[in-house]
Design a protein around this ligand. Structure first.
Ligand SMILES: Cc1cc2nc3c(=O)[nH]c(=O)nc-3n(C[C@H](O)[C@H](O)[C@H](O)COP(=O)(O)OP(=O)(O)OC[C@H]3O[C@@H](n4cnc5c(N)ncnc54)[C@H](O)[C@@H]3O)c2cc1C
Length: 673
């Protein structure tokens, strides 16, 4: 097969090695704009898992790379004057220049033709080939010459990639407070002389600090001064370093005819999870294996290999891109976490991308987790603490015995939520929805050692439906349905009844119904009260611009909250179940959610139960495990209010991770009764 490769980065070089190894008859030519020893950036990190795949793909390259590795196992977090060290993480790093030199050398040994200092600006300049590989990086010329359905969006902070002649002994995250906001570094060693230092901050901080107007020298001087303690008298080094925004690249297709995207041209993963090189090299392994499997004797075989490669790699890449998005978002908003105690801040950072859990961390560094759990339990001087999920929570005057919330069997739980209880007949979701709290077995919950929370709702435009076992939001036949109310006359789904827009008399009646149900719940002995302002139900419909055109969308929900607060004993906690983002175009965003949560907390809500979506029927969010956790993290940090979160949390390890990191205070466990 005649193969033309554009770009001699890790992706293009490694694919060429693997193709040549599989079949020395392949004719492979690589075109690279840079000279052999020139490249951008400094060192790149690899994790232990990546190395296994490289070992199996080409042992000679693996040996040369791993021989040169700087290895360490610690992560240092420098925050508020403290240095917290977590061990057992198993990192390796190599200078990007060295990695490329090893790959180039191996290419030459195997007979790959390398054409350096050859910039291809028009793909027509490339020679005819059976396979054309676009491994020309983030700004791929080849990708731009065809329609791959590319989406490129800036992700995370403004960053600059420096080196330093200080040799670190750990991966280090350092946070510096400035009058313009938080600026942080990600640093790690990669050879016996040098370490990488990536400096980053959100764009507003970057502009306010004047970094957008500084010369290269001024920028280095600014960063050296800010991180002088970390640099211990050493300098920052530039390699044509410039302040950039990291582009998140996604493509609808990874190949077109005989042209295939590989590495960064196909997908990027934010540098804060250090996986771009790994993904690029794993792409190469997958594509080379696809040719071994499907052959390359004709166009159909080549197409089959390209399809195979994309099908195999896409799910893996999607997972890394999700983790990378979570990580980039974390660093962009990390200033909101500066209120966390140092060790909890560190746990939050280490678990930011969802790839490390509380249990993983305990395996890597038991001492770190023991201390974090002791801090979490508020008893730093004891020898051992219970895991976070078994730590009681004092909320107002209520002592919730542990952090697990369930709907159903109370055994083992700290808090039991009732199913939705309608405040009036016309507020029922289905004909089976309970109206009023009177018949709920509060005593049985108390006997099981848990507290009980009454969840009051008015279904609004999502009412008069068949029970969920017949399907979601299936309207009742007209002769069984009752008239619906909402903030506006907009139906929930295409088949749903059109509700009446509530008038002042309706609003007064609804407010009174909520208040009397709250008083009844208090008399019935409930310990906590939850008001349903979520998922398109009546009070949620007032909060969304999709269903309420009014300017002051908070007015009526706040009135209901105040009325309930008055009717509900002051010492008992009141929870607001809130849709914190509609996940729909022109709907309420998470920023609205933060503002709402803040307003409800000021008006007497003790906690926000975080929900998302279901404001309009046509949204299709991804309900992955823990899909609400990042939203809860934002509400808790930015609105400074305790949170309860669910979102398919199925194990105590997931719950421990959420709690230990300070992403929520209570977790709703999704388990079969
Ligand atoms: C700040 C930062 C830190 C990072 N840290 C890590 C890390 O720790 N670990 C990790 O795994 N990844 C890391 N990455 C990501 C990693 O650098 C990339 O994912 C990786 O380099 C992708 O390899 P590639 O071969 O696809 O593309 P590239 O490495 O970008 O290679 C593309 C090549 O194509 C050449 N080229 C481009 N256009 C043309 C043209 N028109 N003509 C000729 N040649 C051309 C370029 O000169 C380049 O040599 C980091 C990235 C950044 C920005």
């Amino acid at each position: 097969m005649k193969v033309c490769v554009l770009g001699a980065g890790p992706a293009g070089l490694y694919l060429s090695i693997l193709l040549k190894r599989a079949d020395p008859a392949h004719e492979i030519e690589i075109f690279e704009r840079n000279a052999p020893g020139a490249t951008f950036g400094w060192g790149v990190v690899f994790s232990e898992e990546t190395l296994g795949e490289l070992r199996d793909a080409d042992y000679a390259t693996f040996l040369r790379i791993t021989d040169t590795f700087a290895r360490w196992d610690a992560i240092d977090i420098r925050y508020r004057g403290e240095v917290l060290r977590s061990r057992g993480h198993g990192f390796s790093a190599i200078a990007r220049k060295k990695l490329l030199a090893i790959l180039q050398e191996r290419c030459r040994e195997l007979g790959v033709v390398l054409r350096f200092e050859t910039s291809i600006e028009d793909p027509a300049e490339l020679p005819e080939a059976d396979l054309v590989v676009a491994s020309d990086g983030v700004n791929s010329v080849l990708r731009r010459s065809r329609d791959f359905g590319t989406r490129s969006t800036p992700q995370g902070c403004k960053y600059i990639w420096y080196g330093t002649d200080l040799v670190l002994d750990a991966f280090r995250f350092s946070f510096a407070e400035t009058e313009h906001g938080l600026i942080q570094t990600h640093s790690y060693p990669f050879d016996e002389h040098t370490s990488t230092v990536i400096v980053e901050c959100p764009e507003p901080t970057w502009r306010a600090a004047g970094l957008d107007r500084m010369s290269d020298e001024e920028s280095i001087a600014f960063c050296e001064d800010l991180f002088a303690r970390d640099l211990e008298g050493h300098s920052l080094l530039s390699n044509k370093s410039a302040w950039l925004s990291f582009p998140r690249i996604r493509n609808r297709r990874w190949s077109d005819g005989n042209v295939v995207l590989l590495g960064d041209s196909a997908h990027t993963a934010h540098f804060s999870i250090g996986s771009g090189t790994k993904l690029a090299m794993e792409d190469a392994v997958s594509l080379a294996n696809a040719f071994v499997r499907h052959g390359h004797h004709d166009r159909a075989a080549i197409r089959a290999a390209l399809v195979h490669y994309e099908l195999e790699r896409r799910p893996m890449v999607d997972r890394f891109q999700q983790a990378a998005a979570d990580s980039a978002g974390y660093f962009e908003r990390v200033r909101h976490h500066t209120g966390l105690p140092p060790r909890q801040f560190a746990v939050n950072l280490l678990t930011r991308s969802g790839r490390i859990s509380h249990a993983n961390l305990a395996l890597r560094d038991p001492e770190f987790v023991r201390r974090a759990d002791l801090d979490f339990a508020g008893e730093p001087d004891r020898l051992f603490a219970p895991p976070p999920f078994l730590t009681p929570l004092q909320l107002g005057k209520a002592l919730i015995p542990n952090r697990l919330v369930v709907t159903g069997d109370p055994r083992g739980a700290g808090l039991v939520r009732t199913a939705p209880i309608a405040v009036s007949e016309d507020g029922r979701i289905t004909p089976e929805t309970q109206v009023g709290v009177a018949s709920y077995p509060v005593d049985a919950v108390h006997e099981a050692g848990a507290l009980a929370m009454a969840c009051l709702t008015h279904a609004g435009r999502r009412g008069a439906t068949r029970p969920a076992r017949f399907g979601v939001d299936v309207p009742l036949p007209p002769d069984e349905a009752w008239p619906l109310l909402s903030a506006s006359a907009v139906s929930y789904g295409p088949l749903s009844q059109v509700p009446k827009a509530a008038d002042e008399a309706d609003l007064k009646r609804i407010r009174d119904h909520f208040a009397s149900a709250a008083a009844e719940a208090a008399t019935a002995g409930f310990d906590l009260l939850e008001l349903d302002f979520a998922q398109g139900r009546l009070l949620a419909s007032f909060l969304s611009p999709l269903t309420n055109p009014a300017e002051d969308r908070l007015r009526f929900p706040l009135e209901v909250l105040s009325a309930c607060r008055e009717a509900w004993p002051e010492e008992r906690p009141l929870v607001v179940r809130l849709t914190v983002t509609d996940w729909a175009p022109r709907g309420a965003t998470i920023e609205d959610g933060v503002a709402y949560a803040r307003a409800f907390a000021e008006a007497g809500a003790s906690m926000i139960h975080v929900e998302a979506g279901q404001t309009v029927a046509e949204t299709r969010p991804v309900y992955r495990r823990g899909f609400l956790t990042a939203l809860s993290d934002r509400i808790r940090a930015e609105a400074a209010v305790p949170t309860l979160v669910g979102g398919h949390l199925t194990s105590t390890d997931e719950v421990n991770t959420v709690l230990a990191a300070g992403r929520a205070d209570l977790c709703l466990l999704d388990v079969e009764a």
